[in-house]
Design a protein around this ligand. Structure first.
Ligand code: ATP
Length: 513
């Protein structure tokens, strides 16, 4: 499937199977805001739990909190968001469409990368089994030329943004002859900065109301609680505070479905460390977070690190874990070495000390912070788009199957009576009653069994259990596996263990070891 087609399929499948709906669809929707439907809410919860268990439950030095979305407005002065949380935007004078200037340049580079991939595919075809990709990309003149072009452009973009040289960003767009993707027009305005925070008001009367912001990241709720948690939890450095929750950004280019939303959810962890140890912890968390991703089996080749040229105002090192989405490699998670910037800023703006007393050293200091920050919705998109497959079967029919990691699947097993009579529904319903203490299970008696299997395949359910007439004699059922379509005859009493072995969090998280 071509990538564009695949992405369209992902979006329509998400709607058709009750995963993601456009927000307020009956009023024609709200741009870049989405609702998670009956299956989507379960998948999202399972991803969140998988993260929480790996980060909080499995680390005795990481605890979790749930801070409010509203925070005192000075928080955002201190954090730098009021002055520096901007995106460079550019308008097309003909189409009146607004774009992020850096994204236009990055998309241009992605096209050049597409050319590299074409060269690789061509060579792969030509050389067959003897093809050595690593050697090819490091020696082929055309590929090297394209790569050099990408590197030069991104370096210049990074440097210009760093220096706030917006004129050069515009010059770059003009030199590369980047056109409005919708209309082809190259009639651009200057590049301007645009603050991404949503404002709101707290209080009843207009003159006393306080201007607030909807938080653009969850991290600040952790920083302002650093000392409260450290003291009440008797935490010793190094230790972490984790949190999941909503964040809001008035994104200029809000497209690509749930990849870039205006209301989204983050899963963040701030790890407080001794100054000077940040390099070591940066590498530790890079490695640990990549292992978490890989444990879900979405394909090792679908991840890569992208180290930042342009560092945010708070960071001394930063990298992205990028994932191969249907529209190419894009940021899925950020790992940032945030130094002591945030705690120091909050000390200065609040006038309260936010220092740690190190008993071993008999000294106080402001800890450094290593942050891991992942978008839950982006993770959802990574998992969902990777799982969706159109498989051609031996009999030349196709089946649509959503090969979600079993640990994340919304429904773990569907139970069917072969026919709607002879006491089979009663037995099937009893199996549902017994299994639902441990898993989400679904009962279905409508249509032929083959059709019911296909519905569950498309829904991502790892197991289908069918009760037939033999069940009445020997208490066995057929259990069918979504991915292999293999069917086995098993005892009813063994069902729970069979399902558990595959959906259990431990089974999956052990892969990180
Ligand atoms: P981008 O460069 O894509 O705008 P960012 O670098 O601003 O992302 P961070 O501020 O590092 O992102 O946020 C951490 C994570 O939160 C990102 O890796 C991403 O997964 C998620 N995220 C950020 N903005 C959005 C958004 N608008 N919609 C969905 N997820 C988002």
């Amino acid at each position: 499937m071509a990538n564009d087609d695949k992405f369209k399929k992902v979006i329509s499948h998400a709607k058709e199977y009750g995963y993601v709906f456009q927000s307020s669809e009956i009023y024609d929707g709200l741009s870049a805001v989405y609702d998670y439907a009956q299956n989507g809410a379960e998948l999202k919860k399972n991803i969140r739990d998988y993260w929480w268990k790996a980060m909080v439950q499995m680390h005795d030095n990481i605890v979790g909190i749930d801070a409010a979305i509203f925070m005192h407005p000075t928080t955002w002065k201190a954090s730098g968001h009021v002055d520096a949380f901007n995106d460079p935007l550019i308008d097309n004078k003909d189409s009146k469409k607004r774009y992020r200037a850096d994204v236009l340049v990055e998309d241009y580079c992605a096209k050049v990368e597409g050319k590299i991939n074409k060269e690789i595919a061509k060579a792969e075809k030509r050389f067959g089994d003897t093809f050595n990709k690593a050697e090819f990309v490091s020696t082929n003149k055309r590929v090297l030329g394209y790569q050099e072009k990408i590197d030069t452009i991104l370096k210049r973009l990074g440097q210009s943004l760093e220096k706030e040289d917006l004129e050069d960003v515009k010059a770059l767009i003009e030199e590369l002859e980047i056109a409005d993707p919708l209309t082809g027009s190259r009639n651009w305005t200057d590049v301007k900065q645009f603050n991404l925070m949503f404002g709101t008001k707290l209080g009843a009367s207009a003159d006393t109301a306080m201007d607030l912001y909807l938080r653009p990241e969850t991290a600040q709720g952790i920083f302002v609680n650093f000392l409260n948690v450290q003291k009440t939890g008797r935490m010793k450095i190094p230790f972490g505070i984790a949190q999941t929750g909503k964040a809001f950004r008035n994104e200029i280019v809000a497209r690509q479905f749930i990849f870039r939303m205006r209301e989204f959810e983050q899963m963040e962890m701030q790890f407080f460390i001794k100054p000077g140890t940040q390099k070591e912890w940066f590498n530790y968390w890079k490695d640990t977070r990549l292992k978490w991703h890989k444990s879900l089996g979405l394909g090792e080749e679908n991840y890569r690190f992208h180290d930042h040229e342009k560092l945010a105002h708070y960071a001394d090192a930063a990298t992205d874990i990028e994932f191969n989405f249907p529209f190419g490699f894009k940021e899925l998670e950020g790992i940032h070495s945030r130094t002591d910037f945030d705690l120091k800023q909050h000390e200065e703006f609040s006038g309260k000390k936010l220092q740690y007393f190190d008993h071993e050293e008999n000294a106080s200091y402001t800890p450094y912070v290593l942050e891991t920050s992942i978008g839950l919705d982006r993770m959802f998109l990574a998992v969902f788009s990777n799982a969706l497959e159109e498989e051609v079967l031996d009999n030349n029919t196709t089946r649509t199957v959503l090969k979600l990691p079993a640990v994340l699947a919304p429904t773990k097993a569907a139970v069917f009576p072969l026919v709607k009579k002879d006491g089979l529904p009663e037995v099937a319903k009893q199996i549902v009653e017994d299994l639902k203490w441990d898993f989400n299970v679904f009962y279905d008696e409508k249509d032929a069994v083959g059709k019911r299997y296909r519905r569950q395949d498309a829904n991502g359910t790892p197991f289908c259990i069918t009760v037939d007439h033999d069940t009445l004699n020997d208490n066995t059922v057929t259990i069918r596996h979504r991915d292999t379509m293999e069917q086995r005859r098993v005892k009813i009493e063994d069902l729970k263990d069979i399902v558990k072995a595959e959906v259990d969090v431990k089974h999956w998280l052990m892969r990180m070891k």
